[in-house]
Design a protein around this ligand. Structure first.
Ligand SMILES: [Zn+2]
Length: 496
């Protein structure tokens, strides 16, 4: 007998079918509702689509899952504060809720406040006197800290540190943020929140990038308590490699909800911060960004990763960074069937893409980033219009048969937003179809994580991870679609 029948609407990938049968979390049968009737027992649940389409659950190929949760539970969002005093009130309220813990605000913007001045140390000391508190300005390059938080900053007074006002800048901001350690309970709570939020967006699986040890622990605890309803495919921070090797954990180790894939390395930074490595300088400047990990070092890391039977995900955005990745792959002896991945791959040349194909690398791209492309937008400002026009060249990737995986990088989480941009990009020749975009956000992402046998399509034997959309994605633009329901392993984890 079936545990669940989902029926009464088109089933993606199965023309003519209108029902799916599920047992023990997996898809057993796809067909017509009357045919499934004799597999229906007294305990079989029935979910009615009422004409709405059933799709495979979305698989976000690049997120920082714990951060998604922390943004919702741990950090205090100051972006909506209408006045300086309101911002302080929000921090004070959080401090009272969680005595003893760090209070970290984000997104304040004095230009929107009637007071028209920065937050200062004295303000924070009044609002949060007994626990460390800091708040990052909306641009991310400046922070205000109270006395207790400032005491943790070891940098001397100077360009980046103004102790009297409690202001920190640039690296000093990151140093203090790196000291902020939410309790393990707060981390587990954040994972649960991230999982609920992902479900509301139709995301049933993610590739988690730069996973730290404390995140692994939080995911594992959340899973044990039944709070993790999103499948996590983890790519640990590169410095976790010795531990993975030491424990002999190969790719695929884990459970249906938490699995190790490999590690992630960074070859460059970002275009926004002008740290992505380019062949030609940023527009109107001399700088070409910086290669953080050259081909020799990267090749050595790659070999170690392969010896450990793990997968490598390499962050490379600029054309010069991509060149280092391709050269390193050759040096390391990466084979066409090895299936390692390049994260972002934002500015490849057509010739580089030919080599990406030859090396069997997966293109893990984030169509969300197109929000910064086009006339007058950030990428055009940094790169000029010619290079901006070849940002995120999804069409070139598909034309070459390069496996394409879509993700959001959490900017913001939610596949429909990125798919909308991929369907209607600022530079039309790179546009993709709905089917291509959906494929990249389901099967493509599953392939990138070696999970294509279990996830990514609606097919017997695969996990019953589904999304019910509010309308026909072939006709309704993504921005007008909603996720009405989400199933993971045959269980309804979200319903609007
Ligand atoms: Zn990322």
């Amino acid at each position: 007998m079936l545990d669940l029948i989902v029926q009464g609407g088109p089933i993606h990938g199965h023309p003519g079918a209108d029902a799916v049968g599920v047992r023990c979390g997996r898809i057993v049968v796809v067909g017509r509702a009357p045919e499934l009737g004799n597999l229906r027992g007294p305990k079989t649940q029935v979910f009615r689509l009422e004409g709405r389409p059933l799709l495979p659950g979305f698989f976000d190929a690049h997120v920082h899952f714990l951060k998604v949760g922390l943004d919702r539970t741990f950090f205090v969002d100051l972006s909506q504060a209408r006045t300086l005093s309101e911002a302080l009130e929000l921090l004070r309220a959080r401090a009272q809720e969680r005595p003893g813990e760090w209070v970290v605000g984000r997104g304040w913007d004095e230009s929107r406040w009637p007071e028209k001045r920065y937050l200062e140390r004295a303000d924070l000391d009044r609002a949060v006197p007994r626990q460390p508190c800091c708040a990052v300005r909306v641009d991310g390059h400046m922070m205000v800290a109270n006395t207790l938080a400032l005491a943790r900053c070891v940098r001397p007074e100077g360009e980046l540190v103004d102790r009297a006002r409690g202001h920190l800048f640039e690296d000093a901001v990151f140093e203090v943020l790196s000291l902020v350690r939410p309790s393990q309970e707060a981390l587990v709570e954040a994972v649960a929140a991230a999982s609920r939020y992902a479900a509301s967006l139709g995301v049933t699986a993610v590739a988690d990038m730069d996973t730290e040890a404390l995140a692994f622990r939080a995911y594992a605890t959340a899973e044990r308590r039944g709070l993790l309803r999103t499948r996590i495919f983890a790519y640990g921070k590169a410095d976790l490699l010795p531990q993975l090797v030491g424990l002999g954990l190969r790719r695929g180790f884990g459970s249906p909800f938490l699995r190790i894939c490999g590690v992630k390395a960074f070859v460059d930074g970002s275009i926004g911060a002008k740290t992505a490595a380019l062949f030609e300088p940023y527009q109107g400047e001399m700088g070409k960004g910086r290669v953080l990990l050259g081909r020799g070092e990267l090749a050595r890391l790659w070999r170690k990763v392969m010896e450990a039977e793990l997968q490598l995900a390499v962050h490379a955005i600029g054309d010069r960074a991509i060149e280092e990745v391709l050269a390193a792959a050759r040096l390391a002896g990466v084979g066409a069937l090895d299936r390692h991945r390049v994260e972002h791959l934002e500015l490849p040349t057509p010739h580089q893409l030919d080599r990406v194909k030859e090396l069997g690398l997966v293109a893990s791209m984030q169509p969300n980033f197109l929000q910064w492309s086009g006339p007058g937008r950030m990428y055009e400002d940094r790169l000029g219009p010619t290079r901006d026009a070849r940002i995120d060249p999804h069409r070139w990737v598909l034309e070459r048969g390069i496996p394409l995986a879509f993700g959001s990088d959490g900017m913001p989480l939610g596949p429909l937003y990125g798919i909308g941009l991929a369907l209607d990009p600022p530079y039309y020749p790179q546009r993709v179809t709905w089917e291509e975009a959906l494929q990249a956000y389901t099967q493509g992402a599953a392939f990138a994580a070696f999970a294509e046998d279990e996830l990514g399509t609606i097919a017997p034997g695969k996990w019953a991870d589904f999304v019910v959309l509010s309308g026909d994605p072939g006709r309704v633009p993504p921005k007008d679609l909603q996720v009405d329901a989400t199933f993971v392993a045959g269980e309804l984890v979200f319903s609007r």
